[in-house]
Each structure stands twice: as structure tokens, then as C-alpha cells.
Design a protein around this ligand. Structure first.
Ligand code: C2O
Ligand code: CU
Length: 494
């Protein structure tokens, strides 16, 4: 039991799934499917391949009639979307006008270590420097007030996202708004004839909770008094935002749409389904995973999406009558968190898009027999520095310790074992799921991934090859509160 009277074991007993207790908004919430779906603005380069992003405070009308103070990239939540071409490097200059240090990580990017956003590799704030806590690390690299991040983007086209990654403070920074999309494209993907233009929609799904004045509610931090069970388990809001709007609605043609889904929630898991007014489920045809296109499409009735996972999905509204509605629902939610967003079919329209039977032919084909090493990691609750935390192999994150050292080009099998639900993410390396508790992977485990949903009590095997760059990277739980409470480790490629 800690000074706050709370123990991990007690909290686990109360919330055996450790999905946590949900925060309750005090603000008046809009009825579902009324607010129009925003599409995040696409950022214009200042020169070919060069972008500038200012991190600053701003406010937005998220709930009708109320202002929500946010931490933003360029004044919006989500931040602006960067659109890139495969193999065309991009440099983003981040300027920190917030009151705290920040770190930018491009999630899913194949990025050299010095631009990967190591958690102590800080962009210091312009003014009012408050170094906060968690900054005692002697290896912390104190850098400048702006920082250039260079991304080679020599990788399969896919939906990436950029977000804060500061040690111990990632979860509250993302919650306050520091997240944006980055889409990588190439000619091969564009020649497939998939739905495009207004029929391709990026959908960043994230839950939040709001105080009566419209400000965000967030529970106490671990080094401040009053650690709450909500914090320990991972923070869950009672309002579902898509692209920053609560339970939005979007008008569509009666045609195929490409939905590029990202679960940017700190801790909430979804199992999505698309349901018509007369209770019919539309197929969710998966064409891509975290790290780009599948070899061939896979059809799902419902689709589980863990924090930080991306799914590239085609939904065909052709069979829905004009005026009809298709609701995207979350089977894991209850009450208002069961609703996500809706599409309203506005008109019949021609559709020359297609879903080719062969989507890509460049997926890695690593075999178990290629692996030079097998490692096992347990992701479990435990005690760190005298208080509760989340551990990998019994240890909390320490930037000064080397946890995994591997050779450039080595193929490895990792066996990941969980107590409660943990979405596990590897920096740099895409991987394939080999098995779940000795059984074949689930249908949606298909393709090349960078985040895998490790379910309670499960043991999941993944296979990867550490190629691209040498240097110090990370792997961690992407329940953002678990990550901040220690569930992160170093991955050194030599
Ligand atoms: Cu999206 Cu290390 O994280
Ligand atoms: Cu976790």
C-alpha cells in the first residue's frame, strides 16, 4: 500500500480487467451524430520536404458552446496532417511554445534514432521553463528550443501518427492534444484504384472527459498526491471524439469509402462495427495494418482496435438507401461510449473504385527458423521506486539501462506475456504476429504491424527483423498511463 492508501493489488482486485474506471464529464454533452466530422488540415511545406510546427496552447470548441484549453501542434487538435511520399525525406522543425519540455515521436516511422524522439531527448520550452519531474536522468540530452526531426520515410506507405513522448508525461500530453497524423503514400498504392479523394477519410478516435466549463479532466499524476485508480489502470473518458469532434456525423455518397482508422486513445480499446438503421452489419474489409497494405483483403464483421493500432478498412455504403444512416459502434462500450460516429448516405453516385484481390507483394516473409534469438518479456503490474507501477520483465523503465541489445539485420522471435490488457509497440521495427497462446493469430492480426494487442493472460509471439538503423530505440505498452508508470524498455541495435 502506498502513501495514498492504494495498492496495485487492491486496484487489480477491484478492476480485474484493469480497463479502469471511467471519468465522468460534468459538461453538457451533445446528442450523438450531430456535430459534423472535421478533417484535420493538411500542413503546407515551407519548402520542398520542410515543415514547421509550433507547439502552443490554444482552445477549441469541442463541445458545442464551450471552449476547451488544449496543448496543440499548430493550434488544432488533432494537429495538422503531413502528407508524404515514400522515400522522400521530410524535416519537421518543432518549436516549443508550451510551458513544459516536449518530445516528438513519429509512431510507426522508420527513423534514425536521433530523430525518433527518445523520451529524454527534449525540446525545451521557449519561456517559463518548468523542468518538472522525471528529468533527473544524467543522460538526458538538453537540446534547443526548436528541434529538427528528419524522417527518411523509406518505408511501406501507411498511416503514421506523431505524438508527445516525454518520459513520465506522455499520457497527459497526448490527452491535452499533442497528436497528429502523417500519411505516407506511393505510386504503387495509388495505382490500385482504392477509394480516394473525399472517399478516403482519416479517423482518429480518442476518448476524453470534460469539466463543466469545457476543460479536460485528467486524474492525478503519479508523483503528485492522490494517485487515482483511474490513473493507475489507464485513463478512460466518457466522450468519444473522432478527429476531435464528439460522436460526429459525416455525409457520404452511396459508394465505397476508405477509412484510415487510428485509436489514439490513452487506454480505451474498441471493437468497431458498422450498423445500418435496420440493424444490418456492413462488412469491414481490411486492406491494411499498422505498417501498410496487406497481401490480400480480409473481411471482418467487427474489428478490435487497441490503443495506437491503425486499420485501413473499406466500407461500401452502396446498399444503404439515400437518407439512411450507418452508425460506427463500439461493442466494448456501454451507454454513450458504445457510440463512435455515423455516416449519413446523402446521394447515389458512380463508383469506379475497386478492392483488388492482390494488394501488395512486398510483405516480409520471415520464418520462425530465420530467428537467431527468442526472447520472452512479461508485462505485469509491480512496484517501482516504492510505489505501484507497470513493469517489463520485473523492471520499470530506466533510460540508463540497456534492456535488449541486438544486431542490425537480426531476426528475432519475441514472446510477450501479459497480466492484463497491454497494447505493445516496437519502435523502428515492423513485425508479424506468429501465435496467440499457442494458437494461430486472430484474423485482424494479419499484415505488418507495429503494435499488438496483448490480451489478459495471453502469450503472443511476434517475429521481426531489426534493420534500417543502429541506435537506441524503445518498446513499450501503449496504454499511455502504463507507459508513463514504467512499462517501457530500451532496444539497442548495434
Ligand atoms: Cu506511439 Cu513509443 O509510441
Ligand atoms: Cu499496459
Amino acid at each position: 500500500v502506498t502513501a495514498t492508501g492504494l495498492s496495485t493489488a487492491a486496484a487489480l482486485a477491484r478492476h480485474p480487467s484493469m480497463t479502469g474506471a471511467q471519468l465522468r464529464s460534468a459538461a453538457p454533452l451533445p446528442p450523438p451524430f450531430q456535430v459534423p466530422l472535421p478533417i484535420p488540415p493538411v500542413l503546407r511545406p515551407v519548402a520542398p520536404g520542410r515543415y514547421e510546427i509550433t507547439q502552443r496552447e490554444a482552445s477549441a470548441e469541442i463541445l458545442p458552446g464551450l471552449r476547451t484549453p488544449l496543448w496543440t501542434y499548430e493550434g488544432t487538435f488533432p494537429g495538422p496532417t503531413i502528407e508524404s511520399r515514400r522515400g522522400h525525406p521530410v524535416t519537421v522543425t518543432h518549436r516549443n511554445e508550451l510551458s513544459v519540455p516536449t518530445v516528438v515521436h513519429l509512431h510507426g516511422g522508420r527513423t534514425p534514432a536521433d530523430s525518433d524522439g527518445y523520451p529524454t531527448d527534449l525540446v525545451l520550452p521557449w519561456s517559463g521553463v518548468d523542468h518538472g519531474h522525471g528529468m533527473h536522468d544524467p543522460r538526458a540530452v538538453v537540446t534547443e528550443l526548436t528541434r529538427d526531426y528528419t524522417f527518411p520515410l523509406d518505408q511501406r506507405p501507411t498511416l503514421l501518427w506523431y505524438h508527445d513522448h516525454r518520459m513520465d508525461y506522455t499520457a497527459p500530453a497526448i490527452w491535452r492534444g499533442l497528436a497528429g497524423l502523417h500519411i505516407v503514400r506511393d505510386d504503387a498504392e495509388e495505382s490500385l484504384g482504392l477509394p480516394a479523394g473525399p472517399r478516403e477519410l482519416p479517423l482518429m478516435i480518442a476518448d476524453r472527459a470534460f469539466a463543466a466549463d469545457g476543460s479536460l479532466i485528467y486524474p492525478a499524476l503519479p508523483d503528485r498526491p492522490g494517485v487515482t485508480e483511474e490513473y493507475l489502470a489507464g485513463v478512460l473518458g466518457d466522450v468519444i471524439l473522432v478527429n476531435g469532434a464528439p460522436w460526429p456525423v459525416h455525409e457520404v455518397d452511396a459508394a465505397r469509402y476508405r477509412l484510415r482508422l487510428l485509436n489514439a486513445s490513452n487506454a480505451r480499446h474498441y471493437e468497431l462495427e458498422a450498423v445500418t438503421d435496420d440493424g444490418r452489419r456492413l462488412d469491414l474489409v481490411q486492406i491494411g495494418a499498422d505498417q501498410g497494405l496487406l497481401a490480400a483483403p480480409v473481411t471482418h464483421a467487427t474489428l478490435p482496435v487497441a490503443p495506437a493500432e491503425r486499420y485501413d478498412v473499406i466500407v461500401d455504403f452502396a446498399g444503404v438507401p439515400v437518407g439512411g444512416r450507418v452508425r460506427i459502434l463500439n461493442r466494448l462500450g456501454a451507454g454513450r461510449t458504445r457510440e463512435v460516429m455515423a455516416f449519413r448516405v446523402a446521394r447515389r453516385a458512380a463508383d469506379d473504385s475497386r478492392i483488388p484481390g492482390v494488394l501488395s507483394a512486398d510483405l516480409p516473409v520471415w520464418q520462425r527458423s530465420d530467428a537467431v534469438r527468442v526472447r520472452e518479456f512479461a508485462f505485469r503490474a509491480g512496484r517501482m521506486h516504492g510505489h505501484h507501477g507497470w513493469l517489463i520483465g520485473g523492471l520499470p523503465f530506466d533510460p540508463a539501462r540497456s534492456d535488449v541489445v541486438t544486431g542490425l539485420g537480426d531476426v528475432e522471435v519475441w514472446r510477450l506475456v501479459a497480466d492484463v490488457h497491454h497494447p505493445i509497440h516496437l519502435h523502428l521495427a515492423g513485425f508479424r504476429v506468429l501465435s496467440r497462446s499457442g494458437r494461430p493469430p486472430l484474423p485482424h492480426d494479419v499484415g505488418l504491424k507495429d503494435t499488438v494487442s496483448l490480451r489478459p493472460g495471453e502469450s503472443v509471439e511476434i517475429i521481426t527483423r531489426f534493420d534500417g538503423y543502429r541506435g537506441r530505440y524503445l518498446f513499450h505498452c501503449h496504454n499511455a498511463e502504463h507507459e508513463d508508470m514504467g512499462m517501457m524498455a530500451n532496444l539497442e541495435i548495434i
